[in-house]
Design a protein around this ligand. Sequence first.
Ligand SMILES: [Zn+2]
Length: 425
Amino acid sequence: MTDVKRSALADALRERYLLERELGAGGMATVYLAQDVRHHRRVALKVLKPELAAVIGAERFLLGRRGMANTYRVPNLEQDLDFVGTNRLVQLAGVISLLSVAFSCAPASSPSTSAPRPIAVGACHALQPTSVGGPAAPPATIVLRWLGTANYEVTYKGKVVLLDAFIDRGPRNRPIGVAVKDMQRVDVILVGHGHWDHVADAATIARQSRAVVVGAASAIDVVRAAGLPLEQTRVVEGTGGELLQFEGFTVEPVLAHHSILLPDVLTKFREALTSVDSGPSQDEASAEAVIEARGSSDPTLGDRGTLAYLLTFDTGFRLIWLDSAGPITEAERSLMQRISRTDVAIVAYQGQYVADRQVAATFPLVKLFNPAVYLPAHHDKLAGLFLDIGLEPLFMAMRHDLPETQAMAPLYLSPVCLSAKPDQR
Ligand SMILES: [Zn+2]
């Protein structure tokens, strides 16, 4: 870039970054050392050449530059650019924070664009979910966000899928950072099973966003009882032959099994928790009772009401999600005999309290789904019931026995951006 353009660049970025010096330049971009004003740290700022920004678009460039972390590794510089894995394109934007600002730097004489304008990187940078008005997924990208418990938001090609809908979790749980009333942009809600900590907000979100709710009969009974119209619901069984078509992806329900919790252990654990934190106040208990009433206690929920869902995107990319960690079922086995691997598996890590027992429950499911990327779910605190449970024992088991699988644990709201191209293992 010329000095003039660099000066214009510096002006354009001044509120967010102060350029210090050029670190290097390649055919497509120039990299600068800069101060991140907001976060008080030094970052590498990759600036796409203006003529290329116009042609290929900023976000495509961002996703297409695997290996840049090595190219521009700078001593003593926080590694803000860190593509995870070498044989697949994975970005964990919550960790990466700043990745790249493409700079549409028009010639000074251009009448139409007199001032340089940075192009935001969109959903892979923002913490705001698409469902509450955040940016849509960039082209050819699947964006996943953990929204606490077993909830994930999946966005692709302008569509928004919620996996479970338990957002208002009551006064004693950490807030996720989004409010049910703001979740106005949702196309599909897949409910793993009908317990309150999975389905409680499905009817409200579906009503305000006009989303379709998919689930087993026991889960759909809950949203119907809350007044959701029949035409906004789909009852599925997961025993084979069901394939729901949506724009850009299909959904195949697969009959799973709920985690097996020992009632005696649950009771004792609840008592122990109460003795440590004194339990809920009267107001808290009332608020929790309202939430817990928005769920099912159908006794068939364990072996007929718990579903995994396989999402297959129009690129062939496969995501499987399972919100409870029970014994492997015939339907799950038969699915994996057919497809042999997945690109992403999200499997619950909850219910057993002790790491060895929890790994014994979750790991066989992850192994069966044979994913390129594993993301955990349901491993956070649920007041009076579950504690935050450390993921390291599971991740260690995976590193040992599934070395090809990349495990990562995103924070609430942090986008995980994946190329929609299937992993080519
Ligand atoms: Zn459950």
